[in-house]
Design a protein around this ligand. Structure first.
Ligand code: SF4
Length: 296
């Protein structure tokens, strides 16, 4: 198999075969993200993709799902994505879902007809780094999209009946804005109704633009307690039965479950607030060498 530079996948894809179709991230400019800073963006040659699909076929396993690498494979032209799907279905006919990270910017580059075609070719189970639906925070992140874009693009996916997981960052609106971020995210989720909602705390990655902005005083981090309270507000405000995933190893208090049981999730967070060491709760997250997204 061809794997080049940094390779990431969401935790839920731990047992999905990984097929490299791009290397790095075509955007690579989100101010918090260092995931692919040392991996220049490239498109995998079709020969490599075909060789890897044939290698997967030689395993003799009836794979149900394939995960396309890397940061935003939907930057590829729709025609190329459809060619890749055709190769997958020819060699691995048991595959019923072609999953990957997808950015809002990627979806903006595709018409509704193209989105429908991709769905018909079994693209599905997308992991979408929305990060926040709170406009001032989203504008600050340099994701290449604004708040209207995220609503518009997610509605495109809904019209084509995609399943997807929306990734959100707790604390990304900065100190004092947890409530506004939770409110804006809940409004977005209640309107678009993603099947899965994944949250992770904002963590400063060494060398990131966000780290520099923090050191310059332009961004004030939230404490662990602020982010748990934001998570609790968010859970409380979601009004449909999606699956809530706050169980990444970066989450101080892991909470997972369907939102029909939201009281259980909130009770667990409340228990943590009442029992965890005050020093931990009032600290900010330690800086890390790489973040963000739901990377392994
Ligand atoms: S967060 Fe996602 S889209 Fe943004 S730079 Fe990182 S990998 Fe690329």
């Amino acid at each position: 198999m061809h794997y080049t530079g940094q390779v990431y996948r969401p935790p839920s894809e731990y047992d999905t075969p990984l097929l490299e179709v791009t290397i790095g991230c075509s955007h690579n400019k989100c101010n918090f993200c260092m995931m692919y800073k040392n991996t220049p963006f490239k498109i995998s040659p079709m020969e490599h993709i075909k060789e890897d699909i044939e290698e997967l076929q030689s395993c003799g396993v009836s794979f149900r799902k394939i995960y396309l690498l890397n940061g935003d494979p939907w930057c590829l032209p729709t025609q190329k994505l459809l060619e890749i799907a055709k190769l997958i279905h020819t060699h691995l006919p048991s595959v019923k879902s072609i999953s990957s990270y997808v950015s809002i910017k990627n979806i903006m580059g595709k018409s509704q007809e193209e989105i429908n075609e991709l769905r018909a070719a079994f693209y599905n189970d997308l992991h979408i780094g929305v990060e926040t639906a709170y406009a001032p925070a989203l504008d600050f992140l340099n994701k290449g999209c604004n708040c209207e874009d995220i609503y518009e693009q997610i509605h495109k996916l809904n019209r084509a009946k995609f399943r997807y997981n929306v990734l959100l960052m707790l604390g990304i609106a900065g100190k004092g804005n947890a409530e506004k971020n939770a409110e804006a995210n809940a409004k977005f989720l209640n309107e678009t109704k993603p099947r899965i909602i994944s949250v992770m705390p904002t963590t400063l990655a060494f060398g990131s633009e966000l780290e520099k902005l923090t050191d310059a005083g332009a961004f004030i981090e939230q404490t662990q307690l602020d982010m748990i309270l934001e998570e609790k507000m968010l859970i409380n405000s979601i009004n449909y039965n999606g699956y809530f995933y706050g169980g990444h190893n970066m989450n101080l208090v892991p909470v997972n479950g369907f939102l029909k049981d939201k009281q259980k999730l909130m009770t667990k967070l409340e228990h943590a607030i009442n029992t965890l060491d005050q020093e931990i709760l009032n600290s900010t997250r330690p800086r890390e060498s790489v973040s963000q997204d739901l990377a392994l």
